[in-house]
Write a protein that binds this ligand. Structure first.
Ligand code: C5P
Length: 218
């Protein structure tokens, strides 16, 4: 029988640096990586494409049930339209339920025989993988996160107005934190990292120390 997969859960709000960190940790440890936000983004876009409102439970659930692997490869998943639609479909319990098995299966049996998996999102440590071996909660101030998002958008050649980005991010934070279904919150046993004043290398080194320290004391 295969050894049990080691699971690292990384949660936090938008633009806190969790995606960059999760990818780097997965590469470093040879683990598989799943960006769970992409799944919600794909459901959001699929719902919009079907001409429905992402807040419509029936339409969004039907899109979630019809999700196919190629939907996760769409080039427009990273845009703000997808982000806003994602946070609307993500508040619907039946959408979350429809997506749970796939995420748990990825964690338990990572692709290509990887010995472990890193999943990032909003509820990985609290709902998807409550028994994860390590849980990190990555955060930064709203101002810093908005400034990072503006920089990222401009680097991609997208026009971005700081006040607009800040407002959208605040709305998305509120929707994600105040919903009843799997709200954004640190798991009780999560290790907290505030990235407001750290660069990506510093975040990675700190996270690796926390993850390894935990592991060696098992
Ligand atoms: O992480 P990302 O910004 O791509 O996520 C987009 C949206 O998907 C989030 O604002 C959140 O509403 C939703 N999401 C979620 N649970 C996750 C991952 C993402 O509700 N595990």
């Amino acid at each position: 029988m295969n050894a049990r997969s080691t699971v690292i859960a990384i949660d936090g709000p938008a633009a806190a640096g969790k995606g960059t960190l999760a990818r780097r940790i997965a590469n470093h440890l040879g683990y598989a990586y799943l960006d769970t936000g992409l799944i919600y983004r794909a459901v959001g876009l699929k719902t919009l494409e079907r001409g429905a409102d992402p807040a419509d439970a029936e339409a969004a659930t039907s899109a979630a049930l019809a999700l196919a692997p190629e939907d996760l490869k769409r080039p427009d998943l990273r845009g703000d339209e997808a982000a806003n639609a994602a946070s609307k479909v993500a508040a619907i319990p039946s959408v979350r339920a429809a997506l749970l098995d796939f995420q748990r299966q990825f964690a338990a049996s990572p692709p290509n025989g990887a010995p472990g998996a890193v999943l990032d999102g909003r509820d990985v440590g609290t709902v998807v993988c409550p028994d994860a071996d390590r849980k990190l909660f990555v955060n930064a101030s709203l101002e810093v996160r908005a400034a990072r998002r503006v920089k990222e958008l401009r680097e991609r050649g997208v026009e971005a107005i700081h006040t607009r980005v800040l407002k959208d991010m605040k709305e998305r934070d509120t929707r994600d934190s105040e919903r009843d279904a799997a709200p954004l919150a640190p798991a009780e046993n999560a290790l907290l990292i505030d990235t407001s004043t750290l660069n990506p290398d510093e975040v990675f080194n700190l996270a690796l120390r926390l993850v390894s320290a935990g592991r060696s004391s098992d």
